[in-house]
Design a binder for this molecule. Structure first.
Ligand code: ZN
Length: 66
C-alpha cells in the first residue's frame, strides 16, 4: 500500500472548544492513570472515557485564531 495520504489510520477529532484537529488512535491498556483527554491548544477537556480502550490524540492542525 503506497503511503500517499496525510492520514493513514484512525479517525479525526475536532476539539469542541477551539476547533483544533486531532488524529485519533485507540490503544488497549491494562490500566490508565488518566481517563480524560485535554486539548494541548486550549487546555480544556475534550473527551473522557471509562474503559481500557484508551484513545490517543495527536495534534494535526491548530485553529487559526488560537
Ligand atoms: Zn481545544
Amino acid at each position: 500500500m503506497p503511503l500517499t495520504g496525510p492520514i493513514s489510520t484512525g479517525g479525526t477529532f475536532f476539539c469542541p472548544h477551539c476547533g483544533a484537529l486531532y488524529s485519533v488512535t485507540h490503544s488497549r491498556l491494562p490500566r490508565s492513570e488518566s481517563n480524560v483527554a485535554k486539548c494541548v491548544v486550549c487546555r480544556q477537556t475534550m473527551d473522557k472515557w471509562d474503559s481500557t480502550k484508551v484513545p490517543t490524540y495527536k495534534l494535526i492542525h491548530r485553529p487559526e485564531d488560537a
